[in-house]
Design a protein around this ligand. Structure first.
Ligand SMILES: [Zn+2]
Length: 239
C-alpha cells in the first residue's frame, strides 16, 4: 500500500488497525486534491466519516505544524506521526477545536439560521467556535446571543460529530428560549427565524439536494448524517 517516495513514508500518520488486521495510515498526496470532502462528510455512514475525519484532521494538523511554534525550527514526525518535535526537543501534539452547535426551541418553535451564500431554502442550527477559557454552556449562550439576540436557558448536551474543516469537534446541544427579540448582532448569518414543528416536519429533507447545492422554495433541512439534522429530528420526535 505504501508506494510513495521516502518523504511520503516518513510523513505517514498511523491511524490504527483496520477490520482486516492491517495497519491503516494517512498519507498526504500533494497531487491529489481532496475536493468534495465536505460533500462526503454529509453523505457517508458515521464509521467511514469518522476514519476520513480522523485522517483529514491529522493531515491538517501535521501540515500546520511543520515548524515549531516555540523556536521556529522545522519539526519531524514522532510516534507514528502523532507527535511532531523540533531539534530543540519541543513537542507538539494534535489538537481539536471545539465548535458548539445548538437547536434553540420555544415550545412548538425552533430557531434556525442561514448563511448568505447558501442556496435558497436552506436553514440549519446556529453554531460557533468555543473561545479560550469558556464553558460550553456559556459558548452556546454567547453564540445564540450574537447570532440572534436571544437569551437561552437549560443548555443540554445531545451528541457530537468530528468535523475536519480543519480540525473541529462539533458539540451538539438543545437550549430553551429565555427571552429577547430576534436581532442579529453580527453579520454572520443572513437570516435567523423561528419555524414551527409542523413547518419543520413538512420541510424538504436535505439529502442529495443539500449535497448538490440545489435551491428550494420551501424550508430545506440538513441531510440526516449532519449533527444539525440529528438535533432537529430529536426535537421533532419529542413532539
Ligand atoms: Zn522548538
Amino acid at each position: 500500500m505504501l508506494d510513495g517516495d521516502d518523504g511520503e513514508l516518513r510523513d505517514a500518520i498511523f491511524l490504527g488497525v483496520g477490520d482486516e488486521g492491517a495497519p491503516v495510515f494517512a498519507i498526504e498526496r500533494d497531487a491529489v486534491e481532496l475536493t468534495g470532502l465536505r460533500e462526503l462528510a454529509v453523505s457517508l455512514p458515521a464509521q467511514q466519516l469518522g476514519v476520513i475525519a480522523y485522517a483529514s484532521a491529522m493531515a491538517n494538523w501535521a501540515r500546520a505544524t511543520r515548524f515549531c511554534g516555540t523556536c521556529g525550527l522545522a519539526t519531524e514526525p514522532r510516534e507514528g506521526g502523532h507527535v511532531r518535535a523540533c531539534g530543540n526537543g519541543h513537542q507538539h501534539h494534535p489538537r481539536t477545536d471545539p465548535v458548539v452547535i445548538m437547536l434553540v426551541t420555544d415550545g412548538d418553535r425552533a430557531l434556525l439560521g442561514r448563511q448568505a451564500g447558501w442556496p435558497a431554502g436552506r436553514y440549519s442550527a446556529l453554531a460557533g467556535f468555543v473561545e479560550p477559557g469558556e464553558r460550553l454552556e456559556d459558548a452556546v449562550a454567547r453564540e445564540v446571543e450574537e447570532e440572534s439576540g436571544l437569551a437561552v436557558r437549560d443548555v443540554r448536551y445531545i451528541a457530537s460529530q468530528p468535523w475536519p474543516f480543519p480540525v473541529s469537534l462539533m458539540l451538539g446541544f438543545h437550549a430553551t428560549y429565555a427571552g429577547g427579540e430576534i436581532h442579529r448582532a453580527d453579520e454572520e448569518l443572513e437570516d435567523v427565524s423561528w419555524f414551527t414543528r409542523a413547518e419543520i416536519a413538512a420541510a424538504v429533507p436535505g439529502d442529495m439536494l443539500w449535497i448538490d447545492g440545489a435551491a428550494s422554495d420551501r424550508l430545506m433541512l440538513p441531510p440526516p448524517t449532519a449533527i444539525a439534522r440529528l438535533l432537529i429530528d430529536h426535537w421533532v420526535e419529542q413532539g
